[in-house]
Design a binder for this molecule. Structure first.
Ligand code: ZN
Length: 181
């Protein structure tokens, strides 16, 4: 799913719903870099029953986000998305990855070399395939996102291999004026 909303509108909604200490609201947020500077210092955990999640998510979303499944490679709607914007958790809307860290890994799943901030992602060790892999989850709703592997590109050397069905994309509105760096 692709949504186009002016980024500052979403930022204000996000800050008012999730921040415990609210930074100053800015109306000049027009790029993913601006956005990352305004993320919360702490995250309020979301806990819902499996029944509630089943009502809110599609079968495919539930299978990946709550049952820790994996979508088939090369089937994700965001795999080849090259637009500027933010990838947010499909379970709770928390911004997780920015478009300027997405790269083509050839694996068939959206790949990023780092999250917007480390604290937005939770990690755990998973042995489902008989060997240890590092699972990555949304830090706010515990939704399963995918795994992180140590074979990514510079500057981190990491590959966050993420199911597209775990993400929504929020495009930076191309009509908003750019701020000067
Ligand atoms: Zn989430």
């Amino acid at each position: 799913m692709k949504i186009t909303i002016p980024l500052f509108v979403l930022l204000i909604v996000f800050l008012s719903s999730s921040c415990q200490t609210q930074p100053e609201r800015s109306q000049s947020v027009t790029s993913v870099k601006d956005w990352s500077a305004h993320l919360p210092e702490s995250i309020t955990h979301i806990k819902k029953s499996e029944e509630e999640w089943r009502k809110e998510l599609s079968d495919a979303e539930y299978y990946v986000l709550r049952d820790k499944g994996t979508e088939r490679s090369f089937t994700g709607d965001l795999l080849n998305n090259k637009k500027e914007g933010l990838y947010v958790c499909r379970g709770c809307g928390l911004p997780l990855f920015a478009s300027d860290t997405k790269y083509k890994s050839g694996t068939g799943w959206p790949s990023y070399f780092q999250p917007i901030q480390k604290q937005l992602i939770k990690e755990d060790t998973d042995y489902n395939l008989g060997y240890a892999r590092t699972e990555v989850m949304c830090a706010r709703c515990d939704g399963h996102l995918g795994h992180v592997f140590p074979d990514g590109p510079a500057p981190t050397g990491l590959r966050y291999c993420i199911n597209a069905v775990s993400l929504d994309f929020v495009e930076v509105d191309p009509s908003t004026p750019k701020t000067q760096d």
